[in-house]
Design a protein around this ligand. Structure first.
Ligand SMILES: Cc1ncc(C[n+]2csc(CCOP(=O)(O)OP(=O)(O)O)c2C)c(N)n1
Length: 514
């Protein structure tokens, strides 16, 4: 057995059984080993941003790391933006990055680069394998690191000679340490804070899901505290029957208005809120000056146990949860395309247990409140602000949850970064309905322009914010990638197209002209 095979066997025997990849010469032994080892699902992405984004989506829906296979420094470099997003989402990923054979590096061949240097900013753990006999052990360590709560980016660099040299066999991985429990002092302090006036419980990480979310609803019912989620959430459970938690708005003025009366802020997996960008004359910190902040538990901690302990402390365990959403959004609107109208169509037709990848950018601002009346679903946000995320994430989510419909809500500007994901959807037959909001602009940046105090008066600057001349033909682009597609220009056509996409078992793209 060679080093590459010992690594693939280590991955598979330790339940890392999906590999999103885009290989080159230095990874050929790894590729060859994929055929000798049973149990690895290999998915080709035609750009590395698709590969890393897919691994993020896979983790969010399965809770397990996938591996990626990337080609030296440039391949890894192409994948960095979505690794950044994955790191902010606390997704666990095992990156395998090929490298020249050790004796070849001194010759400064064309693809030679400082791979560790490229990897470090977007990885939590980086290691270059030293010998073929140690590759399995290094792989096991990478898996352990990726699984460390709440999820980490582990990058193992594999010089070609460590892949083709002799090895013994796979290595085993130690079980992850359990998540830390909140201390009794933190629980008591949080309970005191929530019993005071003007209290808000802010949820982040896995606290916006399952039992933890329900416990937060019970705590709100008992204490009367407000519930809030961060603006972005890696995976939030929404819709009818779930405790409805609004997300803190993106805009600084709106966020400040939302936080204005908060005197006691308790954090469960959330960070104390700050604005996305700095704006002249506006604060970065969104909590009022006289607001006390109490940390119940961090994103790495056992948030369900922390909220359970808090509910016990408050006598809230058996209280019925507050803010449980009921099914409301069933009416189908007609006429001109508006953000509210799109939300109403989505809320009416979204199938139960759908997974929504939200990169709707400016079009999606009004979606949240309406979607709480939809059938129960999971909502995934872009955590790191680097656009070109939702199409790749949908690939990984669909592979992790093949029985669920994935709905991708995608700005046309964002879609253009990683459109190659459509081809992977077609090749793998993934059940994804993509809605591209074709407003032919970087619309959000028009608002940002005013917010930072800049003005656009002329053609040169305006051309930096528009995507027309020529208009992108999304139906043709989708078909060119092997994905069926249709166009809609009003809400009736959108409802009809969305129904069609949902009925298809496989990918379907809707160009919604705005
Ligand atoms: C990698 C990266 N490059 C550039 C940006 C800056 N940026 C933020 S939003 C945006 C435009 C998004 O356009 P689109 O997806 O069409 O949504 P719209 O603004 O039209 O709603 C850009 C370029 C970014 N966030 N990430």
């Amino acid at each position: 057995m060679n080093g590459a095979e010992s690594l693939v066997r280590t991955l598979v025997t330790n339940d890392v059984n999906v590999c999103f990849g885009n290989p080159g010469t230095s990874e050929m032994h790894f590729v060859a080993a994929l055929d000798r080892v049973e149990g690895m699902r290999c998915v080709l992405g035609l750009f590395e941003g698709v590969v890393t984004g897919a691994a993020d989506g896979y983790y969010r829906m399965s809770g397990k790391p996938a591996s990626t296979l990337l080609h030296l420094g440039p391949g890894l470099g192409n994948g960095l933006a979505n690794l950044h997003n994955a790191k902010k989402a606390r997704s666990g990923i095992v990156n395998i990055v090929g490298e020249h054979a050790s004796h070849h590096i001194q010759h400064d061949a064309p693809l030679t680069a400082d791979i560790e240097g490229v990897a470090r900013p977007m990885s939590d753990w980086v290691k270059t394998a030293r010998s073929s006999r140690e590759v399995a052990k290094d792989g096991a360590e990478a898996i352990e690191q990726a699984r460390r709560a709440p999820g980490h980016i582990a990058t193992l660099i594999l010089p070609a000679d460590t892949a083709w040299g002799e090895a013994e066999g796979p290595a085993t991985v130690a079980s992850p340490a359990p998540r830390r429990r909140a201390g009794s002092d933190a629980v008591a302090a949080a309970a005191r804070a929530l019993k005071s006036g003007g209290a808000m419980l802010m949820l982040g990480g896995v606290a916006v899901r399952g039992k933890a979310l329900e416990l937060a609803g019970r705590i709100a019912a008992k204490t009367g505290c407000r519930l809030m989620a961060e603006f972005n959430n890696a995976r939030m459970e929404c819709g009818a029957g779930r405790v409805r938690v609004d997300r803190l708005p993106y805009g600084v003025d709106l966020a400040l208005a939302t936080m204005k009366d908060v005197r006691q802020l308790v954090l469960a997996g959330a960070k104390s809120p700050v604005s996305f960008f700095a704006y002249p004359g506006k604060p970065s910190v969104l909590t009022p000056a006289d607001c006390a902040v109490t940390k119940l538990a961090g994103v790495e901690d056992d948030l369900e146990a922390a909220l359970a302990a808090l509910a016990d402390e408050l006598g809230a365990r058996s209280v019925a949860p507050a803010h449980v959403a009921s099914r409301t959004g069933t009416a189908l609107p007609t006429g001109k395309v508006t953000s509210e109208g799109i939300a109403a169509v989505l809320a009416a037709l979204l199938p139960e247990q759908a997974i929504v990848a939200d990169e709707a950018v400016s079009t999606g601002r009004a979606f949240g409140p309406v979607m709480s009346g939809a059938a129960p679903h999971d909502w995934l946000n872009l955590m790191g602000g680097s656009i070109g995320w939702a199409l790749p994430i949908s690939v990984g989510a669909a592979i992790a949850a093949p029985d669920r419909k994935v709905v991708t809500l995608e700005g046309d500007g964002s879609a253009m970064y990683t459109m190659q994901a459509l081809w992977t959807m077609a090749r793998e037959g993934l059940d994804v309905t993509v809605v591209v909001f074709a407003n032919r602009a970087y619309q959000i940046l028009r608002g940002e322009l005013a917010s930072v105090g800049a003005t656009v008066t002329g053609r040169r600057a305006n051309d930096m914010l528009t995507l027309d001349r020529p208009d992108l033909d999304w139906v043709a682009l989708a078909k060119g990638h092997g994905v069926e597609a249709g166009r809609a220009a009003n809400l009736e056509e959108f409802a009809q197209q969305f129904r069609r996409g949902l009925a298809v078992s496989g990918p379907y793209l809707i160009e919604l002209v705005i």
